[in-house]
Design a protein around this ligand. Sequence first.
Ligand code: NOJ
Ligand code: CA
Length: 677
Amino acid sequence: MDRHIALALLLVLCAGIAGAETLGTVSSPGNVLSVSVTVNDEGRPGYSISRGGREIVSESRLGFWLTDAPKLERNFRGDGVQTRSVDETWEQPWGERRYVRDRYNELRVRLVEKNPPQRALTVVFRAFDDGVGFRYEFPDQPQLRNMNIGEELTEFAIADAGTAWWIPGGEWNRYEYLYRRTALGEVAQAHTPLTIRTDAGLHIAIHEAALVDYSGMWLRRVDGTRLKAVLSPASQGAKVKRTAPFSTPWRVLLIAENAGALYMASDLILNLNEPNKLGDVSWFKPSKYIGIWWGMHLGTWSWASGPQHGATTAHTRSYIDFAAKNGFRGVLVEGWNVGWDGDWFANGETFSFTQPYPDFDLEGLAEYAKSKGVHLVGHHETSANIAHYEQQLAAGLDLYQRLGIDSVKTGYVADAGGVKALGDDGQIHFEWHDGQVMSRHHLKVVTEAAKRHIAVVAHEPIKDTGLRRTYPNWVSREGARGMEYNAWGNPPNPPEHEANLVFTRMLGGPFDFTPGVLSLKGKGGQPFQSTLAKQLANYIILYAPLQMAADLPENYRRYPAPFQFIKDVPTDWEQTLVPNGEVGDYATIVRKDRNSGDWYLGSVTDENARTLQVKLDFLDPGRVYRAQIYRDGANADWRAHPFAIAIERREVRRGDTLQLKLAPGGGQAIRFQLVPG
Ligand code: NOJ
Ligand code: CA
């Protein structure tokens, strides 16, 4: 080719790219972020995001691969835009804060194919000052009614290099991996939330909101710092099967100056979910519970029947007594029902959700609990056999409702890809924990439970995408490495674990981590990588409205002074703030109790000792607080002196500054008790 022609061609091509047509732009209410939606010269839709005039997400593709129709990716033209602004404040029935402000500018761009069959879709962007949400809406149209989505082609082309914190997506252990910290350019395939700190210091977390009747989104790095959506698989045909009209879940980017602001930005995920569909949910009581649980993880008790059976009438009575004496509303009992004998991981079809083991007097214990002001917490381990569970779901929940059991912990123990579900063909198929089938299943359980005024805490769940706003009885879930890994994990949770969780997993919502093991030893005496004070700090750091005190009662009796903090700490908050934090290094969170004027502080560090200054500018002005401080002792260290704790009291007021001295693997917890007056 003649050099000049080649050059001319190149120029035309460049002009084509540079000349991508902008269909619409929208800025956030405070002009912090701005989003542009474009189609390029091939009619391929895309978007980009800038912050303070600097591009932070470069042109990123939008679209779908369909299994039974041509891709929705090219040959589009814009067919009109609409904008609107919203600034509302809504009240949470329970949560990290009572009032949430929902303030954004919205841009809707309708896209239509230039050629027949001229399929149409709308992309909707919401620009907040601390993030962006967008989704696809498919209108009712004869040429695209039954949608079989083979893959979503959405990209997130992060403009700058940076560091990423992530766990692998699509691996056997679901979400229960240690967080890895790599260059953004070394991410492989990750779950969301995936958190990034760019080299310029900007914090970005990618996640999704309102994952309803759709497959969960993983992120795979295409090249450089460009990530793309990968939908969790389905056993049969397309990954997602829907009938138009419908909307996809929201794709979310939280974008903030620092780690603390990133945590605060996660309200945006709730804002992108629909309002409460359940009406008055005051029947759900945020509270703490103990359980016949840690003994099984230590191996001293068993779920199965026999001489070591944990869920006996006698054990449960003594747990109820302990709960009543120490102010815990709930007592969880695992292993109460027939089905745990043999290899329960594999035998989900043997579980009964109504038949207790003979040595567990369910009815009598529910009565006994009630007489003491305590409620049993139900347990439905399914071993991920949802075909079997769904047959008994109504009966299992009816039983709980009749007995006044108003919360249930569900469980889906099985390797990823090991969910047994009944297909449309009447056959059992193997599904993923975060595929479309499970997104439907969880909502079925949650809505059936809601009808009976029962709250749900799911283990081995699908990830949290803020659906607690719409279904406030879906109060918490697992979906990360919890306390149980300190019993039998190889390795146990490392000192940095909580400082990772705060800025990754916790962005999604409450976590049933099951904190508070003061004995600091797992199975066979395996030591925790934590100090005692950090076990207390976790009650503030890892939010859950139903919060466990996971240790054995006899261990709490051995540590009455630190146990006092676990008895005092509330689980429902008026306000939450993050005075400081760095992803994976440390975090300090303060929360105001919803039912008193008290504030609480939790601070955790990784394997490094550090001293953090916290200015008490969150306390009410003119008031005096009695600070009850639970800090690492002078020589505390998770390796050598994990039990060293100092407990002291002093009076503080707004404007004072506290020095938090955190030991390696350590933490600190404080109750700021409002002095009347
Ligand atoms: C795994 C859960 O995370 C744990 O809390 C529970 O004890 C077991 N499954 C048994 O259901
Ligand atoms: Ca688990």
